[in-house]
Design a protein around this ligand. Structure first.
Ligand SMILES: N[C@@H](CCC(=O)N[C@@H](CS)C(=O)NCC(=O)O)C(=O)O
Length: 233
């Protein structure tokens, strides 16, 4: 049995089965990217819930795995060279899992880089901008009640990013065409989240992006998406 005791994170969240990949997460748009990918790839894993109410993500044990103090993070007992590997940043985790399993990332070099470009587009654009929009529109609405600028700024940027996706999805079922990839897994939870977490369907005029909404439904229809979305319970 693999010994993970050198990793302080396992002191706060002990591994019941240290031979399988350990996932430290919460069911947020960034968190579910990883559980959806694990479900899609059929990689066995054990999930540990990192609760924000008690700031567990900033505990020394968690920060030993992710210095940035944010979910998701993983600890793979069977990393490169057969040694345990800790990893944070959902984009890096998605690339790692796809390469480990040899799926969800095209092997053709040009298509691989193009997929990575869309993953980075999500990581640097969709995630941060939608996240700020959700913050001001929903979670901190009372703090900006007298100033419409923050909501308008991030609403308009979110809509602009949606229009980039709308154009990309013309004639394509998925961001990379016929092939479902980590670019879809990185992005669709954020778009779906604007509706189900932020209740922003109207303010973002989601129905004016029909190809994006059809793509979200296509991604959501996959059993792995619905399973991964509910992790951790
Ligand atoms: N770029 C990071 C962002 C991670 C992130 O922002 N996670 C949020 C949840 S969606 C979090 O842990 N928030 C808690 C905090 O900020 O303290 C990634 O993609 O992994």
């Amino acid at each position: 049995m693999t010994d993970l005791s050198a990793f302080p994170v396992t002191r706060r969240w002990p591994a019941a089965n240290p031979d399988v990949l350990q996932l430290y997460s919460l069911a947020t748009p960034n968190g579910v990217k990883v559980s959806i990918a694990l479900e899609e790839l059929g990689i066995p894993y054990e999930v540990h819930k990192v609760t924000f109410a008690d700031n567990s993500q900033k505990s020394p044990e968690f920060v030993s795995l992710n210095p940035n103090g944010r979910i998701p993070a993983i600890l793979d007992p069977h990393g490169p060279g057969g040694k345990p590997l800790g990893l944070f940043e959902s984009g890096a985790i998605l690339v790692y899992l796809a390469e480990k399993a040899g799926k969800l990332l095209p092997s053709d070099p040009a298509a691989r880089y193009e997929t990575l470009a869309w993953v980075f587009f999500q990581m640097g654009g969709v995630g941060p901008m939608f996240g700020q929009f959700g913050h001001f529109f929903k979670y901190a609405a009372d703090k900006v009640a007298n100033n419409s600028y923050p909501v308008e700024r991030y609403r308009d940027e979110a809509k602009r990013l949606l229009s980039v996706l709308e154009a990309r999805l013309e004639g394509r079922d998925y961001l990379m065409g016929d092939e479902y990839s980590i670019a879809d897994i990185a992005t669709f939870p954020w778009v779906r989240g604007t509706d189900v977490f932020y209740n922003a369907r109207e303010v973002l005029e989601l129905d004016s992006f029909p190809r994006v909404m059809a793509w979200v439904e296509r991604c959501w229809a996959r059993p792995a998406s619905q399973k991964g979305w509910a992790v951790p319970a």
